[in-house]
Design a protein around this ligand. Sequence first.
Ligand SMILES: [Zn+2]
Length: 459
Amino acid sequence: MREFWNRHTRESPYWNPYTETMPREQLRQMQFKRVNLLLEYAYARSPLYRRVYRNAGMEPGDITSWDDFVERVPLLDKKDLLEAQAEHPPFGACQAAPLEHYFYLFQTSGSTGMPMMTPFSFYAAAQNGDQWAHALWGIGMRQTDSAYFAFNWGTFSGFWAAYWGCRRLGATVYSGGGLDTRQRIRQILELRPTVLLSTPTYALYMAEVARDLGVDLAGSSIRLSFHAGEPGVNIPATREAIESAWGCTAHECYGVAEAGSLAAGCPTPGMIHIVEDFSTSVVLDENGRQVGDGEVGENITTCFNNYLHPIIKYRTHDLVRPRYDRCACGRTSLRFEGGVLGRTDHMIIIKGTNVYPSAIEALMGKVPGLTEHFEIHVDREQRNDTVLVKVEAAPRQQAGAYAKLRDSFARLLHESIKVRIGVEVLPPQSLPRYELKAKRLFDHRPKEHRWQVDQQRTA
Ligand SMILES: [Zn+2]
């Protein structure tokens, strides 16, 4: 025990060295106890889970091993939670405790128009913060740091949990809530925070506004940036754009609004670790089978800390590439190589080859003369998906050079991805700019042609 406490010093790379470096077999046993408790609890308290498990002919007592959990417990999807909420608003059949235990409430807008409500107890909020503390510590933030929240404190859960994480860590918090971008830039220059928390799109937007004001943020006090709310930081061109604009190291925290901040904290760029004290992931292929090391599948998450609103084997629709062995950083926790590779709905199949939008995004910025401003358009012609990448040329490029730039990028795409992808080069400022979240993927295919996990498995 003394050895453990000696390891947990300010110099330790791990927030919780005990669980972060625990042999996987031992970690599995710890998680299986939590899974069992959660299944029993949800079955007893949540009408939704009771109904789903009864329909699948399963009771919590039937789940006696980890394999049972992976193979027999049915999947749950966002539509199940939304339907259950619509039955008895606001929380419906998902609710697993009386209202007096509610501490605060988040909601996500969702593309269907109906907001998804996620209540938190005090316990869940504190645990969510601890989840972030693992991540913040893992990227090198310490008690002596100060965090600037370029965030409006709305109903998006991610940065609220990050706030609790900073509190847990003991760092200083500066709020940029209620201010516009210019005021936030001024505050950063005056207060000299060392860590920036924002969406990646907003970090780039702030940098553009600062440039117009004649402010060089690369010389500011920010040394680390931590981004949530949308993927992007694992795209090298985006990460490099943030890092050079801010003179900092940029990291991603991968989270799912309903389940919390799931993964972050590896010093290797593009690698994220599941914080397995708080959630567990299984990664399934389209037939509902667990994928092997390095193969791509959908992340199915189970969250151990929200007992008001249980999340068990929940479909995130995020495509990931799991690695099961010990990481170079020493962590034994499950890690996803390349972060989130895309959404299951957006998997592209060209002549039998799976193409992830992230594989295209990873090549942005590799052709000199082209910028990181791009859009990917996916469509369906006859039996194949087709892709057209629209990308802006750099301001100094002459229009006469566009055809050559287009051919170089198309060649690079073909060499790297092994399928033909269309390219269109546009003049600077042709594509829209976004303040909070960028829209880069436009999927024009009919819904029935999109990748699906076998629906039978989703009960
Ligand atoms: Zn690692």
